[in-house]
Design a binder for this molecule. Structure first.
Ligand SMILES: [Zn+2]
Ligand SMILES: [Zn+2]
Length: 344
């Protein structure tokens, strides 16, 4: 959103309040998967929009067409949980809807990655653990031809939109505040631990690096894997799990300290079993609601959950509402994580 549209939004808001109408303070969450209306095997990318207009993309991955994906709209910050290709985006959709929900058709996104393509195209900030952030910053530079500097900070906040793509990278535990023009409150983004791997796809490396790693069949680490906690201005506090096994910080850091009320949970079975994911939700984090994503299966058909899917088995065991991350469907949440529009 450009400065003008921000001003317009603020004005509309003021008029609505003056007129006594209720101003919807909802956060909009829109999954960008491979096939509209479904929850598919490769679906990763998710857009979050704060009521003040701040827009954040989480894990661009394979289910977008790259920087030109028409569904993206404005993006002020790009988050990346870890270096795996299905998150950084070593491949991208050949076209929207290409292939099937179980096996979308993708093409290489080398040498840049969908993460770098989108950050460059949108003049967005990147916020991820520093070693991976440095890697993505160089890729953005390779696209724009200009060094990717640090994001300008004023009064302790990063003010969006940015004039150029920039770095707001941090370590585990680091927090940044994103503020829209005229907004009194900002969106707080914190990097939290995950228990996983974070080695980069060789496809995204330069030839000498690729060759050096190939000799010993080794992989290159880009720092620790992570999740995120985002506290929106309406009070909605969302945990983005990243790929992770069950771990103790789910209770201490994510549940007890951040008190998240909504969890966007990656269900990939190589990292977390249905039972451990259920325990994490029911006993460790206890959010008011859950969004199921990264299911590594075609979980729906015609928009309906397949009863024999792993996702269906998980939902049966979780003692709170579970919403499916259906591609292209915008879910709206109030500050208490009630889904007030766009959910089943
Ligand atoms: Zn992974
Ligand atoms: Zn993954």
């Amino acid at each position: 959103m450009k400065a003008k549209s921000f001003a317009r939004a603020a004005l509309t808001s003021a008029l609505l309040i003056a007129g006594g109408a209720v101003w919807a303070q909802n956060v909009k969450i829109t999954p960008l998967g491979s096939h509209a209306g479904e929850l598919c095997d490769r679906d990763r990318a998710t857009i979050f929009e704060d009521p003040t207009g701040v827009r954040i993309l989480y894990d661009a991955g394979h289910s977008v067409t790259g920087g030109d994906d028409p569904r993206l709209g404005d993006v002020h910050m790009v988050l990346l949980s870890h270096a795996h290709g299905d998150h950084m985006g070593d491949r991208k959709m050949k076209a929207l809807e290409a292939g099937s929900c179980e096996k979308p058709e993708t093409i290489s996104a080398a040498p840049h990655s969908t993460t770098a393509e989108i950050a460059a195209a949108k003049n967005a900030a990147i916020m991820m653990v520093s070693p991976m952030g440095a890697f993505i910053a160089r890729k953005i530079q390779n696209i724009t031809g200009k060094p990717t500097g640090n994001c300008p900070e004023k009064g302790g906040a990063l003010n969006v939109p940015f004039a150029a793509s920039c770095q707001a990278n941090a370590q585990l535990g680091g927090m940044r505040i994103l503020k829209a023009p005229g907004a009194t409150a900002g969106v707080e983004v914190t990097i939290v631990p995950a228990s996983h791997d974070s080695t980069v796809s060789r496809e995204l490396l330069t030839d000498p690096q690729k060759a050096a790693l190939a000799v010993d069949n080794t992989s290159l680490y880009l720092g620790p894997p992570s999740g995120y906690v985002i506290k929106f201005t309406n009070g909605l506090t969302v945990y983005l799990s990243g790929d992770t096994g069950i771990h103790a910080e789910m209770k201490t850091v994510v549940g007890d300290f951040h008190k998240v009320n909504l969890a966007l949970l990656n269900l990939g079975s190589s990292a977390i079993s249905g039972y451990s994911a259920t325990y994490a939700m029911n006993e460790l984090i206890k959010p008011a609601a859950v969004i199921a994503t990264h299911v590594n299966e075609g979980a729906t058909s015609g928009g309906k959950l397949k009863p024999t899917s792993r996702t269906a088995a998980f939902i049966k065991l979780v003692k709170r509402p579970v919403h499916l991350a259906i591609s292209g469907r915008t879910m709206e949440f109030d500050g208490k994580a009630n889904c007030v529009a766009g959910c089943n």
